[in-house]
Design a protein around this ligand. Structure first.
Ligand code: NAD
Length: 291
């Protein structure tokens, strides 16, 4: 039996979408419809399902969305040209290129071609640089969603020891910077950290973003820790599970996120938030932190 308080990402995200509906309706009344372009290359089933979800979310809150599809054989120049066109369009405020991309295309080039003003995924080096220097900008959706979940359950961050397992550019690294910006003491662990438990046991807030089911058990955490499970794995029965042993860790933690229904829905909702933000900025006719 889980004694920890569940951080219900699904419910928090739903409440955020309800608020967003009102904001978008107001923007529409004032003449701006936030617009998101979603670029999908190929037919990877996971990517197709993510994209479908993103478009459904946009519809729900009233954001205009446009799906642009390319065959898996698309050339890099062709894809970059399309991004260039989207950069120029006034009705498109956010551009998302669903990753991963086929190997003839450089993800780095694609990300860097998206205008930083439309970088709603927050993966552009300018967005990451803004995050690092604590300037306003687009924060990658998963770390931003984690922050919002903690805020929703009133978990304070300043002065806490936050241990992040995983150092990807989309989750671990930006999450560590975001926590640092919120005055946490941050430790980043990764595949070469030994012994991992030595670090995870010191965490007041533990964020696990690895992609390995069962990586974190009850013996790996401090009693009363706040545990955020980013991992998404299929167990042998095909069930979606995180990186954390939910039941046993839930008996020792103070707060825990479930998988599914935790970080995933928050990630999705933050894309909408970033798109609305992009439209507001564009609407005001100013660039973020123009120097
Ligand atoms: P990734 O797959 O790019 O990298 C995994 C990271 O884990 C690496 O930094 C690596 O150093 C670290 N690692 C690997 N083995 C380890 C070990 N034994 N001990 C400690 N660290 C180890 O990472 P990612 O793209 O951030 O994805 C991580 C997981 O989070 C995946 O399961 C992914 O599906 C999931 N994810 C979920 C969401 C969501 O919205 N819920 C969003 C993004 C990613």
């Amino acid at each position: 039996m889980t004694t920890a308080q569940l951080i219900d990402g699904k419910a928090i995200a739903k409440a955020k979408r309800t608020e967003m509906k009102t904001v978008v309706a107001q923007m529409k009344a004032e003449g701006t419809v936030p617009g998101l372009a979603v670029v999908l290359v190929g037919e990877n089933p996971a990517s197709m399902s993510y994209v479908k979800g993103k478009i459904r979310d946009c519809k729900e809150v009233g954001i205009y969305s446009e799906l642009i599809r390319f065959p898996v054989s698309v050339s890099e120049p062709e894809l970059l040209e399309k991004i260039g066109e989207l950069n120029e369009r006034d009705d498109i405020h956010g551009i998302l290129v669903q990753l991963p991309l086929p190997k003839q295309i450089s993800e780095r080039k694609v990300i860097q071609t998206i205008s930083p003003e439309k970088d709603v995924d927050g993966f552009h080096p300018i967005s990451l640089g803004r995050l690092m220097t604590k300037q306003d900008g687009f924060v990658p959706c998963t770390p931003a969603g984690i922050m919002d979940m903690l805020k929703a359950v009133h978990v304070s961050i300043a002065g806490k020891h936050v241990v992040i397992v995983g150092r990807s550019n989309i989750v671990g690294k930006p999450a560590s910077q975001l926590f640092l910006n919120h005055d946490a003491t941050v430790t980043i662990c990764h595949s070469r950290t030994t012994p991992l438990a030595h670090y995870t046991k010191q965490a007041d807030i533990l964020v696990v973003a690895v992609g390995r089911a069962g990586l974190i058990g009850a013996e790996d955490i401090k009693p009363g820790a706040v545990v955020i499970d980013v991992g998404m794995n299929r167990n042998k029965n095909g069930k979606l599970v995180g990186d954390v042993e939910f039941e046993e860790v839930g008996e020792k933690a103070s707060f825990i996120t479930p998988v599914p229904g935790g970080v995933g829905p928050m990630t999705r909702v933050m894309l909408l938030e970033n798109t609305i933000k992009a439209a507001k900025i564009r609407n005001r006719g100013r660039k973020i932190n123009a120097q």
